[in-house]
Write a protein that binds this ligand. Sequence first.
Ligand code: ATP
Ligand code: MG
Length: 245
Amino acid sequence: MLQIKNLSKNYEDLKVLEQIDLEIESNKTTVIIGPSGSGKTTLLRCLNLLAIPDIGEIDLNGVSLTFDPNQPLQKRKILDYRKKTGMVFQSFHLFSHRTVIENIMEGPVTVLKKGKADAMAEGMALLKKVGLEDKANQYPRQLSGGQQQRVAIARALAMKPEVLLFDEPTSALDPELEIEVLEIIRALAKEHYTIVIVTHKMTFAKEVGDNIIFLENGRILKQGSYAELYHSGNERINRFLTTLQ
Ligand SMILES: Nc1ncnc2c1ncn2[C@@H]1O[C@H](COP(=O)(O)OP(=O)(O)OP(=O)(O)O)[C@@H](O)[C@H]1O
Ligand SMILES: [Mg+2]
């Protein structure tokens, strides 16, 4: 379980996240929704320490980190924690000068110190999982956006993370490419990976989301199943759930 306690994050005078308390269950899919600027990306970035919370606590399966502006975390602790999380970005962030398989092997070889042969074999198996084993030796620019995102997912999986974080993974994609990426995430959800996903795809959120978090102005306005949110009587949430597909 990923437990977040009293987490706040400011950018200078801007309060972006305020006293977030949240439990992210293992082997479930948690969906984060909310208006633009509500802090969804910042929350995900705090969950893999790309952004360091100002105060609060994060506990990932029993390993706990406490944030205190007067006691910055050691780099080692940040890196140790970060390698237990896998992040998939809106805009893929692949290494453009590396082939697909090199992109996937990079983390296991340099961070996990895995042997190249093992990393390659595991990387190929992951490429197969995302339906791209024939693209192993191509460069990202030779792939469609949907294919690049599937490589990015394989790259995240290669680290065997305890939690997978997706920030609007399909928002940069054309609708037909979006489908192939959602298909992969749907399969991962069915395999009971621990997933946290920011998305505006409400049909998808309804289908895969075990818990849906509605963020507004850096706070959790409501959380629960899609049905619970839908019947919460909050007009703003309802509009959100029903106008976005
Ligand atoms: N690195 C940063 N420096 C300063 N302000 C930031 C930074 N990152 C985010 N913000 C601000 O924090 C607020 C929340 O941003 P965030 O990107 O988390 O929103 P979001 O919910 O992901 O929005 P969207 O749906 O548009 O992606 C915004 O007001 C944004 O301008
Ligand atoms: Mg965002």
